[in-house]
Ligand binder design. Structure first.
Ligand code: NAP
Ligand code: GCO
Length: 265
């Protein structure tokens, strides 16, 4: 049974994995035996990520690459294949959010979120699929969101992108399942990372941010998730243990999607 979750001999590319959720997933893959490759937009973040992996005893390789740039992504994949090996596992983790009321959001801002959160996963998956097909299979994991299922104020672009990413996940599963490529999503709940830091900032009087209290009330686990909460689900979807799981979004949300929320006192 243990071998089913073993990633020894596998090359895993986790996009945007200098820190946050991507870093935690890549660390889990390394601990399961995978060779880790990651990218970030800036060398300073790649260096920060390399230092983080080194501190964990992980020999990762990091590259500067903007996932929205198709030529750069194709060049990245070719370099990885030359320097490390064919990518067996791709995690489309890189992502941004803009919290702006829709009627105040410019089309350019909307497009930027769609570009990173939806177009880039398409670009990266398209870049790795041909070699996966030749190799006889692979794993693609798209990091979706509560907003793949739910909307809320100010996140129209993000919800549209993450909703689209859920369907892209299902379509890749449908189109490439016969090549033994499994494509699944992970839908994290509210996780304590830099991306959600503004939602957890203490108020001037030291009290919790209203959204922080809201999420605690909406989560049966009554806590924010930690990036490490995603480690086990990610290793499962990257391993042979999930070879017949395809087109699924695994929500790792502490129960948010199942719960109406705690009645205010
Ligand atoms: P984060 O802390 O903001 O980290 C995002 C990472 O993506 C950063 O390393 C960032 O690099 C990188 N990135 C952004 N745009 C990029 C681009 N164009 N090319 C390459 N790298 C890029 O976010 P997170 O909370 O770890 O979230 C990671 C993923 O999980 C995202 O897809 C997010 O939507 C999703 N998610 C997060 C939560 C949550 O509650 N945190 C919940 C559900 C889903 P820079 O530092 O250089 O910008
Ligand atoms: C927000 C949050 C969420 C989380 C995550 C929830 O502003 O509502 O940033 O979008 O990032 O996507 O699953």
């Amino acid at each position: 049974m243990e071998n089913m979750f073993n990633l020894k001999g596998k090359v895993a590319l986790v996009t945007g994995a200098s820190y946050g959720i991507g870093f935690a997933i890549a660390k889990a893959f390394a601990n399961a035996g995978a060779t880790i490759v990651f990218n970030d937009i800036k060398q300073e973040f790649v260096d920060k990520g390399l230092a983080g992996y080194e501190a964990e005893g992980i020999k990762a390789k990091g590259y500067v690459c903007d996932v929205t740039d198709e030529d750069a992504v194709n060049a990245l994949v070719a370099t990885i294949e030359k320097e490390v090996g064919v990518i067996d596992i791709l995690v489309n983790n890189a992502g941004i959010i803009k919290r702006i009321p829709m009627h105040e959001m410019s089309a350019a801002e909307f497009r930027q979120v769609i570009d990173v959160d939806l177009n880039a996963p398409f670009i990266c998956a398209k870049a790795v699929i041909p070699s996966m097909m030749k190799k006889g299979g692979g794993k693609i994991i798209n990091i979706c969101s509560m907003m793949s299922e739910l909307g809320r104020e100010t996140v129209s672009a993000y919800a549209a992108a993450k909703g689209g990413l859920k369907m892209l996940t299902r379509n890749i599963a449908s189109e490439y399942g016969e090549y033994n490529i499994q494509c699944n999503g992970i839908g994290p709940g509210y996780i304590a990372t830099p991306q959600t830091a503004p939602l957890r900032e203490r108020q001037a009087d030291g009290s919790r941010h209203p959204f922080d209290s809201f999420i605690i009330a909406k989560t049966p686990a009554a806590r924010w998730g930690k990036p490490e909460d995603l480690a086990g689900p990610a290793v499962f979807l990257a391993s042979e243990a999930s070879n017949f799981v395809n087109g699924h979004v695994l929500y790792v949300d502490g129960g948010i999607l199942a719960y109406i929320g705690k009645q205010p006192k």
